[in-house]
Design a protein around this ligand. Structure first.
Ligand code: SF4
Ligand code: SF4
Length: 142
């Protein structure tokens, strides 16, 4: 049965890649939060040598300067979005990432990240209030 063999080879290769990636990221003290992701940089709109802010912001050195443009080491990108947050050109860097629950997020502007941070803290506040006062009845009894 040749098909299952091929499948198991693909699984082994991706396991090896994952192990290598984990080792690389461990050297930066960075943990993987997203099951998969993708990053692209639009070289037509990038300000390049005048800017390089994304390179300075990247916590894993996934971005680097190479002959006239920003290069990406995909193996080191954890899709954190620090580069998008620092980029001076909207829609120049696009980060797409998938969470463990299957939720996919796309960011290409700093504003999108600020809104995400705001929505997460609002959600956490709501959860804290709900934990302290699970029912309306309980609040009214206080
Ligand atoms: S998403 Fe994060 S890890 Fe990836 S290149 Fe941008 S700053 Fe670096
Ligand atoms: S921050 Fe944006 S504009 Fe600046 S170098 Fe990086 S990709 Fe280009």
């Amino acid at each position: 049965m040749p098909k299952p063999k091929k499948q198991s080879m693909v699984t082994t290769t991706s396991k090896i890649k994952k192990k290598q990636r984990d080792e690389l990221l461990a050297s930066f003290g960075v943990r993987e939060f997203f099951v998969e992701g993708n990053i692209t940089i639009d070289k037509r709109t990038c300000k390049g040598v005048e800017c390089k802010l994304c390179i300075k912001a990247c916590p894993t050195n996934a971005l680097f300067w190479r002959t006239g443009e920003v290069g990406i080491v995909e193996e080191l990108c954890v899709y954190c979005g620090a580069c998008v947050l620092n980029c001076i050109v909207d829609n120049c860097i696009i980060v797409v990432r998938k969470r463990e629950n299957g939720e996919t997020e796309t960011f290409s502007k700093p504003k999108a990240f600020i809104m995400l941070a705001h929505s997460i803290s609002a959600k956490k506040r709501h959860e804290r209030v709900k934990a302290a006062f699970p029912t309306l009845e309980r609040i009214l009894k206080m």
